[in-house]
Every structure is written in structure tokens, then in C-alpha cells.
Design a protein around this ligand. Structure first.
Ligand code: PLP
Length: 384
């Protein structure tokens, strides 16, 4: 942390938290400590606490301190991917026989982790619509250990009231875990609303440039943070130093990027909402979105992700994805460049036949920060 004690705003923390100038050289950017082991001054005599880079690495430590500061948590931890972060958290807080409530709209890989991996390990799950608290209450059991939520959700952009859901989870003795990948901590701070753990795919908005795969956890409580940190080292799915450095570099501009992503996405949503070939637009910034008021209450802006349903069905939706020129057809999201995809056949193919299956006529766009007129023109020509 920096030396002076003045309170710092989000954009200041994004650039400085965990990242004071290098004490030896004065380098203003945290170096990439591309190293596995550290010289000891006599057996057990560690300099600065570092002994082996799976356990801790100075570049990763800088990122982890920054993550904790941005989410307002006690402990931040950086992983090799979002799914590695999720797996480490889940195998820290759950044991065989435990139960977890998962949302009916979520990243396909998250659902696959529960349905194909953790289930074999003896963890049971129930699927609930987290936008409806009665549905969540009905899914809770005496052995429910956690409630998992995404808001905005992937890919349907559903909005869940985090403060209300935290009350329901805590009332049942369960932890609330929030996947904050779509919003980023600049737009939404789940811990302040009652969440116990925040999950990120830092591959997305945190990294922000489609050049790194990474994941993060931020724990509200120092004790739970210590337990998860123990498992991070014991399980070993850590972020490498260069990847940590890339994520840290991305985070420095998170605020200005999210402002532009959100402004561009609002214009894209407006265009789509008035287009005859579009049957429905899913964007929490639109007043007609069922979660609009909650989103306005708990988010600073509505984010850069927009989904829409194409009149004419699956083939028409696929055609739109194939016809864009500036929006790149590809999986992932949150980079400076605009992406388009067909969730049913791409990111969410693994949810086919499950309660998390997505509509076949759905298209998802990650609205980048290119010139908005160019983005609108491309979508217009692709819709025909
Ligand atoms: C991409 C994504 C993940 C998984 O993260 P990886 O970095 O790809 O492992 C988890 N949750 C959400 C919402 C995502 O978009």
C-alpha cells in the first residue's frame, strides 16, 4: 500500500494499490518477477517472505493487493484462469455431501464445473432463478453451503438484487458467491452489498485486451481469505508472473474503458431495440429491462455486454454473426475490440439440454471501445 493515509478513489487504487515504485530501482511499474525460487539468507531466512513462486511471487502479490483494494475485500488471490479460481474456491468451501444453489443463467463453463466435475466429487447442486428470491428460498437445504450468482448474467443479462440475495443466503447459513466478471468492480462492488466471495475471469474486462487468460478471487473475510490462500498454494492453479503483470496493466485503465464500453453498449442496445429484425434486446440499461431499476441501484453504469434475439430463429441469428465485419466472430468478451457470438453453438454449447440451455435465436455482443458510428454501421449491415 502507498505510504500516505488519504482515502483513495477507485481509479487511484486501480493504478497504485499494491504497486509502489520498486524500492531498489525506482521503477514505477511493478517488474515481472519471472522467477521460481528465492535465495535464502541461511536456512529459513526469507527476504520479504518469498520462497517459491507457487506459494507467492512479487508480481502476483502486487496484483492480489490491487484486486482486494478494488473489490473492497480482505484478501485477493490471482489464478491461472477464471475456472481455476472457481475450482479452488469451491473445493475450499465445499466438501463431499455439501449442497450449493447455482443460477439458471451462467457462464457455460461454470455450469460444466458443477455438472460434470464437482458432482463426481460428491457436491450436489440445485438450479434456481436468482432473480426470484422465492425460487432461491425453495432451493435452499439445511446442508446448503453457498449460493452462486452472476449479475449481469451470461448470456441473458439477467439482474439479481445482490443485497437482497445476500440476506437470503446468510439467513440460511450459506455464503454468497458473486461472479462479477460482467460488471467489473468499477461498475459493481458485491462485497459492499453483502457478498462473501467475488469471482472474476480476469481474461475479460480486468485484463481488457484479449491477450491473457486469468482468474481472481476476492474474499470479504480475512479468515476465509487465509483458507482459500492455503488451497491456492496446495492446489497450485496460480497466475504466472507475466499473466499477473498483463492483468495489472489492464486494470490501470479499467475505469475509462468501462465508461466507454457502457456508453457504446447503450447506443448499440438502442439501435437493436428499434430494428425490425430484432425480436428482443437484453440489456439492463434499457428502461423496459425487468432488472433495470435494480441495476440502476447497484451498478454505476450498465456495462458493455448486449444480447439480442433475432427474428427468424437460429439460422438467422447465425447469419448475423457470420456477416459482421468489425465485430469479430469469437468467444470471450471484455476486450477493447468488439466481439460477436452465437451462445447456443459457441460459449454455451455445454449447457445444451440442461436448465441453463440458451435460446437458439440468441446473439451476444461484447461492445468494444471503437468509434460508435462504425459499430452501429456494422450491426446495421449485418442485420440487413
Ligand atoms: C469467461 C468466464 C468465466 C471463466 O473464466 P476463464 O478465464 O475462461 O476460465 C467465468 N465466468 C464468466 C462470467 C465468464 O465470462
Amino acid at each position: 500500500m502507498t505510504e500516505h493515509q488519504l482515502p483513495q478513489g477507485f481509479e487511484t487504487l486501480a493504478i497504485h494499490a499494491g504497486q509502489e515504485a520498486d524500492p531498489q530501482t525506482g521503477a514505477v511499474v511493478t517488474p515481472i518477477y519471472q522467477v521460481s525460487t528465492y535465495k535464502q539468507d541461511g536456512v529459513g531466512g526469507l527476504r520479504g517472505g518469498y520462497e517459491y513462486s507457487r506459494s507467492a511471487n512479487p508480481t502476483r502479490t502486487a496484483l492480489e493487493e490491487c484486486l482486494a483494494a478494488l473489490e473492497g475485500g480482505a484478501r485477493g488471490l490471482a489464478f491461472a484462469s477464471g475456472l481455476a479460481a472457481e475450482d479452488t474456491l469451491l473445493r475450499t468451501i465445499l466438501k463431499p455431501g455439501d449442497h450449493i444453489v447455482i443460477p439458471n443463467d451462467a457462464y457455460g463453463g461454470t455450469f460444466r464445473l458443477f455438472a460434470k466435475v464437482l458432482i463426481r466429487w460428491g457436491v450436489e447442486f440445485s438450479v434456481a432463478n436468482t432473480q426470484n428470491l422465492d425460487d432461491v428460498r425453495a432451493a435452499l437445504r439445511p446442508d446448503t453451503r453457498a449460493v452462486w450468482v452472476e449479475t449481469p448474467s451470461n448470456p441473458l443479462l439477467g439482474i439479481t438484487d445482490l443485497a437482497a440475495l445476500a440476506e437470503v443466503a446468510h439467513g440460511a447459513g450459506a455464503l454468497l458467491v458473486v461472479d462479477n466478471t460482467f460488471a467489473s468492480p468499477y461498475l459493481q462492488q458485491p462485497i459492499a452489498l453483502g457478498a462473501d466471495a467475488v469471482v472474476h475471469s480476469t481474461t475479460k474486462y480486468m485484463g481488457g485486451h484479449s491477450d491473457v487468460v486469468g482468474g481472481a478471487l476476492v474474499l470479504a473475510d480475512a479468515g476465509l481469505g487465509e483458507e482459500v490462500a492455503y488451497h491456492q498454494n496446495a492446489m497450485g492453479a496460480v497466475s504466472g508472473p507475466f499473466d499477473a503483470w498483463l492483468v495489472m496493466r489492464g486494470i490501470k485503465t479499467l475505469g475509462v474503458r468501462m465508461d466507454r464500453h457502457s456508453a457504446n453498449a447503450e447506443k448499440v442496445a438502442e439501435l437493436l431495440a428499434s430494428h425490425p429484425k430484432v425480436s428482443q434486446v437484453l440489456y439492463p440499461g434499457l428502461p423496459e429491462h425487468p432488472g433495470h431499476d435494480i441495476a440502476a441501484k447497484q451498478m454505476k453504469a450498465f456495462g458493455g455486454m448486449v444480447s439480442f434475439r433475432v427474428a427468424g430463429g437460429e439460422e438467422a441469428a447465425v447469419e448475423v454473426c457470420n456477416r459482421t465485419q468489425l465485430f469479430t466472430l469469437g468467444e470471450s468478451l471484455g476486450g477493447v475490440e468488439s466481439l460477436i457470438e452465437h451462445p447456443g453453438r459457441m460459449t454455451h454449447a455445454s449447457a445444451a439440454g440442461s436448465p441453463l440451455e440458451v435460446p437458439a435465436d440468441l446473439v451476444r455482443v461484447s461492445v468494444g471501445i471503437e468509434s460508435i458510428d462504425d459499430l452501429l454501421a456494422d450491426l446495421k449491415q449485418a442485420l440487413g
